[in-house]
Design a binder for this molecule. Structure first.
Ligand SMILES: NC(=O)c1ccc[n+]([C@@H]2O[C@H](COP(=O)([O-])OP(=O)(O)OC[C@H]3O[C@@H](n4cnc5c(N)ncnc54)[C@H](O)[C@@H]3O)[C@@H](O)[C@H]2O)c1
Ligand SMILES: O=C(O)C[C@H](O)C(=O)O
Ligand SMILES: [Mg+2]
Length: 603
């Protein structure tokens, strides 16, 4: 249907692999108004005269040619006037209005959309990603105007292998799939969860430079157990209870077989699956396909980087990590992924078995502290079950407040999805923490599900804390006149680099070693000075730079672990011969960047 020719700048193979590709013309098999209605090719008023002639566009557009820069400025003007005109409106109304204006541009002109997104990532990420994406999912049926991505439902059983060919792009590099069963902290939103793969893939384009013509958001609709949606006459998904057991897994199996039959090199990111299926599908597919679960694995790496930063913020050496007492609230896919990865890191540092360091972790779920007395304990939680009474007065099911008071943890980390669970008394109890710089991570999304607000954390736990949240909060003005820095502990710092590094190495699977390297890379990104100021993660403004580093760490580990099969004309030997800096350059040079390519018509 189309292809993008890239001209190599230099003769020598090696420099060619590392060189920045000069954008070539784009071959398009359409003409006239079909081009104007195709967001991949549409340039609106930006088509030059020669192109208007060549493509049969003359007369279909007003005569004046507006440059890309002018179009960019024009869009930003309308966005800013929307901001000005809605200043007194409720926040949800403003957020949805902002999402709508961006979505309209996305539907019309992808090049301009991704350019404004990249150039304004800090202001636009909260609109296309958390928290607004949560609101969009909740209101999806009402907001629906046109489809985006692919929808595979339980009714499509037996048809997926042919359906996958309905997708218009010849090549797909990155797929994000959800079954809508645990959308952020908002629960089962059924088919409406499609907003999450769309938002994640927008971040892939903005942060990792994955070509937007090679991304595919996927909704696997196996029903919903959300009564409200089942009774909503506008609900767009299957009106039936969720499939379970064999029936469920056979649908996921069929999708995976179909996707990999058509695109054997694609990477599939599982996103926002309820816990049992998150773990089950990861175990089932990770040794067969290029796939990972972002909520389990991406989150774990981001949290580990933050936990190591919290050690440095106390002025302690990293090896002190093995002495940190860490309370994890939420024993779901995210919480369990974090605790397991953190324990593995502590064990590596201590030269011990992860079981030997498990006692420094305290795991709390909806039934309180998990101890060895817990009935029907999840096998993944079992190694972290405390011995009841080991800390005096702390038994099975102890409340969060009791645990914080008795343990005096260095870190309190929430992945419970329960808004406000770190209430005043819990935060005040953190004042007695054994850490000189207690860390509070309220990682649940979206904003209303955060375990506490940034303002409350500094107000009740003290000005000396370090704070991170999954959704963005504004920095806090402290009583001492200083600024309480708010970090965003969100898997967006890792998943783009994991996906891009896997793509560019051609890794056949995504190993624990690759994920560990990604986390360590993120952890080492911050300078001591930044850490001292309470900055545990970089600004999202530098997300492409972070992704280049993380992507390179993934590539190098894939090569070292001999799972890299190469990408395009770059074979594993080329990758092996690249220095660290050259690998970063290779990753950076392979990031897609939105510019208008000259369009050439060819049937
Ligand atoms: N910041 C990030 O990058 C990031 C990444 C992944 C998930 N999350 C967020 O983490 C949250 C949980 O995700 P998940 O996939 O682990 O969900 P999940 O449903 O698998 O797990 C939720 C866990 O919280 C526990 N819980 C519920 N109520 C509780 C209470 N009152 N007290 C203590 N624990 C309670 C449950 O028992 C369960 O163990 C969601 O809000 C999600 O948005 C954030
Ligand atoms: O989507 C996010 O913002 C992070 C995470 O994947 C989540 O499920 O909350
Ligand atoms: Mg998620």
């Amino acid at each position: 249907m189309w292809n993008l020719t890239r001209f190599a700048a230099f003769g020598a193979r090696r420099s060619r692999l590392l060189s920045t590709a000069i954008p070539g013309p784009c071959i398009v098999d359409k003409r006239g108004s079909d081009i104007l209605h195709d967001p991949w090719f549409n340039k609106d008023t930006g088509f030059p005269l020669t192109e208007r002639d060549r493509l049969g566009l003359r007369g279909l557009l007003p005569p004046r040619i507006i440059s890309f820069e002018q179009q960019h400025a024009r869009f930003m003007d309308s966005y800013q006037s929307l901001e000005k005109n809605t200043i007194n409106e409720p926040e949800s109304v403003v957020s949805l209005a902002k999402w709508r204006i961006l979505n309209r541009l996305h539907d019309r002109n992808e090049t301009l959309y991704y350019r404004v997104l990249i150039d304004n990532i800090k202001s636009f990420a909260p609109v296309i990603y958390t928290p607004t994406v949560g609101l969009v999912c909740q209101n999806y049926s009402g907001l629906f105007r046109r489809p985006r991505g692919m929808y595979f439902s339980a009714k499509d059983k037996g048809e997926m292998m042919s359906m996958i060919y309905n997708w218009p792009a010849h090549q797909v590099d990155m797929i994000v799939i959800t079954d809508g069963s645990r959308i952020l902290g908002l629960g089962d939103l059924g088919v409406q969860g499609i907003g999450i793969p769309i938002g994640k893939l927008d971040m892939y384009v903005a942060a990792a430079g994955i070509n937007p013509q090679r991304i595919l958001p996927v909704m696997l609709d196996v029903g919903t157990n959300n009564e409200k949606l089942l009774n909503d006459r506008l609900y767009l998904g299957l009106r039936q209870p969720r499939l379970e057991g064999e029936e469920y897994i056979s649908i996921v199996d069929e999708f995976m077989e179909a996707a990999y039959a058509r695109w054997p090199k694609a990477i599939v990111q599982f996103e926002d699956f309820q816990m049992k299926w998150a773990f089950e599908t990861l175990a089932r597919y990770r040794n067969r396909f290029r796939m990972f679960n972002d909520d389990i694995q991406g989150t774990a790496g981001v949290a580990l980087a933050g936990l190591l930063g919290a050690v440095r913020a106390q002025g302690r050496p990293l090896t002190d990590f093995v002495h940190q007492k860490i309370v994890v609230v939420g024993a779901g896919s995210a919480g369990l992924g974090v605790i397991k990865t953190a324990a593995q890191a502590a064990a590596r540092m201590a030269g011990k078995d992860p079981l030997a360091v498990a006692h420094q972790f305290f795991l709390i779920d909806k039934d309180g502290l998990i101890t060895k007395d817990r009935k029907a304990i999840d096998p993944a939680a079992a190694p972290f079950a405390q011995v009841p009474g080991e800390i005096e007065g702390l038994g099975e099911g102890a409340s969060l407040l009791e645990v914080v008071k008795k343990v005096k943890p260095h870190v309190l980390l929430g992945l419970s999805g329960v808004g406000g669970i770190f209430h005043k008394e819990v935060l005040e109890a953190m004042r007695d923490s054994d850490s000189a710089r207690p860390a509070i991570f309220a990682m649940s999304n979206p904003t209303m599900n955060a375990e506490c607000t940034a303002a409350d954390a500094f107000k009740y736990a003290g000005d000396h804390i370090v704070f991170a949240s999954g959704s963005p909060f504004k920095d806090v003005e402290l009583e001492n006149g200083k600024v309480g820095h708010v970090n965003q502990a969100n898997n967006m710092y890792l998943f783009p680099g994991i996906g891009l590094g896997t793509l560019l190495s051609g890794a056949s699977v995504i190993t624990d070693g690759m994920l560990q390297a990604a986390a360590e890379c993120l952890a080492s990104y911050m300078s001591d000075e930044e850490i001292q100021q309470g900055m545990l993660y970089p600004s999202i403004d530098s997300i492409r730079d972070i992704t280049a580093e993380v992507g390179a760490a993934i590539v190098r580990t894939a090569v070292a672990e001999e799972v890299a099969e190469g990408h395009g004309e770059v074979d594993p030997k080329d990758l092996l011969n690249m220095s660290k800096e050259e690998t970063v350059e290779y990753v950076r040079n392979n990031m897609w960047f939105p510019v208008y390519h000259p369009l050439v018509h060819e049937k």
